[in-house]
Design a protein around this ligand. Structure first.
Ligand SMILES: [Zn+2]
Ligand SMILES: [Zn+2]
Length: 418
């Protein structure tokens, strides 16, 4: 009995040791599997988060906050000309008799003193919804989005300022994940590529069917495509001989897959770089495109003017439409009215707070946003997005201009009443 029990216990010991030595000791391959799974999990989480954003994400409230409605704070409003057009359209649709707009200061006819109107959107389901600064109507989502950057086809959703940390984290986490996944295959695949290229260069069949075949220039669209085509044919020829390695690990399909992974990583890095530049510059992607359109139109207008040729009205309209000039209602406590409507300079970037603050506003402080679980919790809250902070320099300019307008109008009023 004793010997049977001993042998049983020694048998379990051996089994235990074997299990311990085989399964319980951490091996590099285990660490690799854990990291690879975690990385794929992280980027999947970020992608799904952006894909399944609610339909009404970043939609501004229907009416502006009470402080704006009561004209107690500085805010971006319609220009007097735009406000007049909106009032006229409203009167026409209500078929009311035409009445003059009562200025906020009786006795003045100045546009600066007419009651300010906030921008509103009447397209699709917006139906008169408040359109805060940096809000755009997405024609694909059929709604307005505050802090709109661009509509992304890959997420089938709009990318807006509150979700830029998740977007950037996804872009920056993808290349290391791809790198980790393909790292064990890189060396064998590189060797295989070299071998396939050598075959492509010497194989008689490939020479006749590809290199000497004239239409290959058209099909492959130039020398780069022809080299790629030759390489693929060489690789195929190799696969036919050895089946693509002992496990098929270096066959053409795997090579193409790894190449696509590298291409995806390169695209992600380029997009991340562009996004970082846009944020630092105090733009959102849509603003940058508008600024570029404006510069192009301005350059064309200047060129035509220098040549003494007439400037088409469409070009002038385009230049005006994409200009940076914005109008603000500036509250004044000591003046004759609640406040004054003043424009910024045509080139002034009212929401460019300087690189450091532009970055901190959207991404938060520090580098914590790089980690996916931080990125999904970061991002501007909707209050800040709807009332985007105005640059200090612009604010000073607007206040000085408001004071100037009051002084000039008071002097005009005094001279008229004399
Ligand atoms: Zn809208
Ligand atoms: Zn959209």
């Amino acid at each position: 009995m004793g010997s049977a029990a001993d042998s049983a216990s020694s048998g379990s010991d051996v089994l235990f040791h074997r299990l311990e030595s085989v399964h319980l000791r951490p091996r590099p391959v285990d660490a690799y599997s854990v990291f690879a799974t975690l990385s794929i999990g992280c980027i999947s989480m970020l992608y799904l988060r952006l894909y399944f954003l609610p339909r009404d994400q970043s939609r501004p409230p229907f009416n502006p906050p009470a402080a704006i409605q009561a004209n107690e704070v500085m805010y971006e409003c319609l220009s007097p000309a735009e406000a007049a057009a909106v009032r006229l359209a409203q009167r026409n649709s209500a078929s009311e008799p035409a009445t003059e707009v009562t200025p906020m200061v009786p006795g003045t006819s100045g546009e600066a003193f007419s009651a300010p109107l906030v921008n509103r959107c009447y397209r699709d389901q917006c139906a008169g919804r408040w359109k805060p600064p940096r809000t755009r109507h997405c024609s694909l989502c059929r709604t307005c989005r505050s802090g709109f950057d661009h509509h992304c086809a890959i997420f089938a959703n709009c990318l807006t300022a509150p979700h830029i940390p998740s977007f950037l984290s996804l872009l920056l986490c993808t290349p290391p994940t791809v790198g980790l996944l393909i790292s064990p295959m890189m060396l064998p695949l590189l060797r295989r590529t070299r071998k396939a290229w050598a075959i492509a260069c010497v194989d008689e069949g490939i020479r006749v069917r590809w290199w000497n075949w004239k239409p290959s220039w058209v099909i492959a669209a130039g020398p780069m495509g022809r080299w790629a085509g030759g390489l693929i044919l060489g690789w195929k020829a190799l696969d036919r001989v050895d089946g693509g390695g002992a496990y098929g690990e270096v066959r053409l399909k795997i090579g193409v897959l790894v190449f696509l992974g590298l291409l995806l990583s390169a695209v992600c890095l380029a997009l991340a770089y562009a996004t970082i530049q846009v944020i630092l510059d105090g733009h959102l992607t849509v603003d940058r495109e508008r600024a570029r359109t404006h510069s192009r139109a301005r350059a064309s207008v200047l060129a035509l003017q220098q040549q003494g040729r007439p400037v088409p009205s469409g070009l002038m309209e385009q230049m005006e439409r994409y200009a940076e000039r914005r109008w603000f209602f500036v509250p004044v406590t000591h003046g004759p009215s609640d406040g004054v409507i003043v424009p910024t300079l045509p080139i002034d970037r009212a929401y460019d707070l300087g690189r450091k603050r532009n970055w901190a506003l959207i991404m938060g402080k520090g580098w914590g946003w790089v980690l996916p679980w931080n990125a999904v919790r970061r991002g501007m809250d909707m209050r800040a997005v709807c009332q985007w902070p105005i640059a200090g320099g612009t604010e000073i300019w607007l206040r000085l201009n408001a004071e100037r307008t009051i002084i000039i109008s008071a002097a005009e009023w005094a001279s008229e009443s004399e």
